[in-house]
Design a protein around this ligand. Structure first.
Ligand SMILES: [Zn+2]
Length: 183
């Protein structure tokens, strides 16, 4: 039995859940696909810099949005191009200067919950999840904002907690269910 949910307004997230039997167990597997195009809005980055950030974001989104809990498993494929205008409602991922954000310390945002524009503060581009003395990283913010673009809000745990409250990089089973219902 399979059901497919296609994002109705071109947000370019699809989530498909398939149920199959493994012996007596009923296994539910969800496949998520996320696509976007990344652009430099700081005016300071080379195309190689942006490609490197896109590669890091793809890897983290695939890692953060893959997991298992009991008889549920989920995997994600992320494809982030660079150097093009976003097309067909594809997610627009902007690497922004700090001055873009309305308040100091904002690491990233989306145009709206479930929206298709993701902004990431370039001030964290050099921070990886293994950096010391900080929960903030490009990887966590990039994946967190993808969660917002997929319709998730704060307060549901893990990756969707704000960075000052958590350094978790993972989303959970109920959030996967929400993504399937939202997209
Ligand atoms: Zn947030």
């Amino acid at each position: 039995m399979a059901s497919t949910y296609i994002d109705p307004d071109g947000r370019e997230i699809t989530a498909t859940t398939r149920t199959y039997q493994l012996g007596y167990a009923s296994i539910q597997h969800t496949k998520i696909k996320f696509t976007g195009n990344m652009t430099d809005k700081t005016g300071t980055k080379s195309s190689a810099d942006i490609s490197a950030l896109a590669t890091r974001m793809e890897a983290q989104v695939e890692s953060s949005f893959s997991g298992s809990d009991g008889n549920s498993t989920w995997t994600t494929d992320a494809v982030i191009s660079t150097g093009n205008a976003p097309s067909n409602g594809e997610h627009e991922i902007n690497i922004q200067p700090s001055s873009f954000f309305s308040a100091p310390g904002v690491l990233g945002n989306v145009d709206k919950i479930g929206g298709n524009q993701i902004n990431i503060n370039d001030s964290i581009s050099s921070l990886t999840p293994t950096s010391t003395n900080s929960n903030a990283s490009f990887e966590r913010t990039a994946a967190h904002e993808v969660g917002h673009a997929a319709g998730l809000r704060h307060g549901s745990g893990g990756l969707m907690e704000q960075t000052r409250n958590s350094n978790s990089l993972e989303i959970n089973k109920s959030q996967i269910k929400d993504i399937v219902e939202n997209n």
